[in-house]
Design a protein around this ligand. Structure first.
Ligand SMILES: Cc1ncc(COP(=O)(O)O)c(C=O)c1O
Length: 456
């Protein structure tokens, strides 16, 4: 095998991989239509007659209504996008939001989560998962992941339940479905709400049903790097009219709607917020939704091809891609004990070959100083110090050993399985891996600084 690029040889690949943003005539057409109509956001936050009916109107029914009367639910494009999304995922309500982060917060808010409550979630996700729990002053409880799916370990969830637990926030990480049978059974036994963070998994199925639609509410992200993208944006889905009503209120300055007849329960969590999606974003969303199946097919095919082309290499485990999974990222596991080469050197060698491989999230969510020092709202420990909570919650290194090992030592993530990257690109990735792993002797002996300026 030729010399490693890291040690002066020729890289396998010199051209960068292409980004996942693939725009064509369809997006232009939808955007032009909205621009021509000069409709940017037709949301209004004030009451209209029959607001109670409007708040529980299924997305399909709200799609084609004309006129200002319906503006609490947004403009025409927003409502059409929601109806199409609801139809695509087989749910009654799709509620668009300006980001999945806001969507998760609104979903938990709609579920009545508040001060004194605990929400159990995974230790390993994008920070937004944890932050969304804090928004209505609940306390996140982080538990370990399953070593194969990288999603919540149901046994760890069960062990973490306390009298304060109100909900489980499940994340379908990297496109992998969490063990929903077990998680829903636990939630049922303990009377907990289940919110699914499906930001990375639009299109993945679990027992032939879409993830995101299995719990009480699900949330998808349309941020630029996601399987379907609108720059920023997200969608809450649910079949429950009461949850939909509250989520719609939270999205749109809901405190402007109630009158003195509303009871305290109905007023809970209606803190004036603006999570509304613009008409332009919804226009992009409609175009992207129409392409989701095709984009997901290409992602899945690229991932399966890459898995097949990677030979059995010492110290490298290829991902499981069970049927129904739409991989968001291609996660491999590295084993330094098998190679004697630190992961950092392998990462540096792969990158020098032109293959941008990362090692996953910077840290587990509870390792964020905000949690270690319990500083969220003000400097006095809120929400952990809230008198309604009354428990001691500590976030300590070592509390989720599986997640810690994955991030610190084991993960190698390759991101560019998405369109417009092709089978030929995947072949090159496999060639580079083979080259690096066939030259481990040289890599072991190499000296120098192999730190990478920032973590991917
Ligand atoms: C698992 C997960 N949850 C939540 C989010 C937040 O999504 P958004 O950027 O749309 O707010 C992301 C986005 O990166 C994510 O990956």
């Amino acid at each position: 095998m030729s010399e490693l690029a890291l040690l002066g040889g020729t890289p396998v690949r010199r051209t960068p991989f292409r980004s996942s943003v693939v725009i064509d005539d369809r997006e232009w057409e939808e955007l032009r239509n909205v621009l021509k109509r000069e409709e940017f956001s037709r949301f209004m936050g004030s009451p209209t007659p029959d607001i109670d009916k409007l708040l529980v109107m299924p997305s399909a029914a709200a799609a084609d209504l004309e006129g200002q009367y319906f503006s609490f639910l947004g403009g025409r494009t927003v409502r059409r996008f929601e109806a199409e999304f609801a139809a695509r995922f087989g749910v009654t309500y799709a509620i668009s939001v300006n980001a999945a982060t806001s969507g998760l917060a609104a979903a938990l808010g709609a579920a009545g989560i508040g001060p004194g409550d605990e929400v159990i979630t995974t230790c390993m996700s994008f920070n937004a998962t944890a932050m969304s729990i804090l928004l209505f002053n609940a306390v996140p409880v982080f538990v370990d992941v399953d070593a194969r799916t990288f999603c919540l370990d149901p046994e760890a969830v069960e062990r973490a339940i306390t009298p304060r637990t109100k909900a489980i926030l499940v994340v379908h990480l990297l496109g992998n479905a969490a063990d929903m049978d077990a998680l829903l059974a636990i939630a049922g036994r303990h009377g907990l709400k289940v919110v699914e963070d499906a930001a990375q998994a639009p299109g993945t199925t679990y027992r032939r049903r879409w993830v995101g639609t299995l719990g009480d509410m699900g949330v998808f992200s349309f941020q630029e790097t996601k399987n379907m993208m609108t720059g920023e944006g997200g969608m809450i889905v649910t079949n429950d009219p009461a949850l939909a009503k509250k989520a719609r209120l939270i999205r749109n300055h809901g405190e402007g709607i109630p009158d003195e007849t509303w009871d305290d329960e109905s007023l809970t969590n209606l803190v004036g917020l603006n999570f509304r999606m613009t008409e332009l974003t919804a226009a992009l969303g409609r175009a992207q939704l129409a392409k989701l199946a095709e984009n997901n097919r290409i992602r899945t095919e690229n991932a399966l091809l890459l898995r097949d082309r990677l030979p059995d290499l010492p110290g490298l485990t290829r991902p499981d891609i069970p049927p129904g999974t739409v991989p968001h990222v291609f996660p491999m596991l590295y084993d330094e004990a098998a190679t004697g080469v630190p992961r950092q050197k392998v990462l540096a060698a792969l990158r020098a070959e032109g293959i941008p491989v990362g090692s996953g999230y910077l840290r587990l969510m509870y390792e964020n100083p905000l949690f270690l020092r319990k500083i969220a709202y003000g400097k006095h420990g809120c929400p952990w110090s809230c008198h309604l909570y009354g428990r001691e919650r500590r976030y300590l290194p070592g509390q989720c050993p599986v997640g810690e090992a994955l991030l610190r030592r084991r993960f190698l993530w390759f991101y560019h399985i998405h369109r417009p990257n092709t089978a030929a690109d995947m072949e090159e990735v496999a060639v580079a891996f083979r080259k690096v792993f066939m030259n481990l002797e040289d890599l072991r002996a190499a000296t120098g600084d192999f730190t990478i300026p920032y973590k991917w």
